[in-house]
Write a protein that binds this ligand. Structure first.
Ligand SMILES: [Zn+2]
Length: 259
């Protein structure tokens, strides 16, 4: 294969590796965001259960106060009962006492409900705190792994970039432009191998005289697929010998930089 084609092929392989590394690197922000979202979710669960716990404590205090206030009224009505003069007034006070006692019973029921609920919230708080600890532990590991993988890939990327700039320094600028223009059109694949006298990228048959010229030792022409415009290269099988050098071919489609 021509030296220049080999260089372009090396460049194409390098560009494929670069794309792969860059694609991988581009997935890291999303991976990190997923880790943070899981940790934030677990934290929100703890906050939510703690808020519910605080709310039950607040309500319990309110019902405790209700009980106290109704008990205070009962005491007051009973004191008053001892001093009333009429039967009606006494009955009215007795009725007030009954009402207050009903309210005490209701408040005590609510209080009991709140205490049962509080136990449930205590359990929820403990469970969510335990889960948060586990999630944070996992998140720490995941973050470290992501950062370490990212570091490795960034080093790899820097090495590939250095290797690429070294490689392209040996390639004429117009040829490099030509390569990049074709690569851009074809998902980074500017060169296509010819196998069975066909372009392996699009399947188009290569004209016999072109194929013959490609195989000629010492040929320095560059050929393009007539259909997909990719730069063609041919790797001579180990066993078959190259066609001896000959002259007289002139292919207009072979000038780099012209498509
Ligand atoms: Zn083709």
């Amino acid at each position: 294969m021509q030296k220049v084609l080999q260089e372009l092929l090396d460049l194409q392989n390098l560009d494929a590796q670069l794309r792969e590394v860059r694609d991988l690197l581009s997935t890291f922000p999303k991976k990190l965001a997923e880790v943070e979202a899981r940790a934030a979710g677990a934290k929100a669960e703890v906050d939510g259960s703690k808020a519910a716990q605080v709310e039950t404590i607040r309500e319990r205090k309110k019902y405790e106060l209700d009980v106290e206030q109704w008990k205070e009224r009962v005491r007051k009505y009973k004191d008053q009962s001892a001093q009333v003069k009429t039967n009606e007034a006494y009955k009215a006070l007795q009725h007030e006492v009954q009402t207050a006692e009903t309210e005490i019973a209701k408040a005590e029921d609510r209080l009991l409900e709140q205490m049962v609920a509080a136990e449930e919230y205590d359990r929820r708080v403990k469970a969510s705190e335990k889960l948060l600890k586990e999630v944070e532990e996992v998140a720490r590991g995941a973050r470290a792994k992501i950062e370490s993988d990212r570091g490795t890939l960034e080093k790899e990327l820097a090495a590939l970039i250095a290797k690429r700039s070294q490689l392209v320094s040996g390639v004429p600028e117009n040829l490099l432009d030509h390569y990049e223009r074709i690569a851009k059109k074809h998902n980074g694949v500017a060169l296509a191998e010819v196998r069975d006298e066909k372009c392996t990228a699009c399947g188009m048959r290569v004209r016999p005289h072109v194929f013959q010229e490609m195989r000629r030792r010492g040929s320095d022409e560059m050929f393009h697929c007539e259909t997909c415009t990719r730069i063609l290269y041919y790797v001579e099988p180990e066993s078959s010998a190259s066609i001896p050098a000959s002259t007289g071919h002139n292919h207009s489609a072979a000038v780099p930089g012209r498509e």
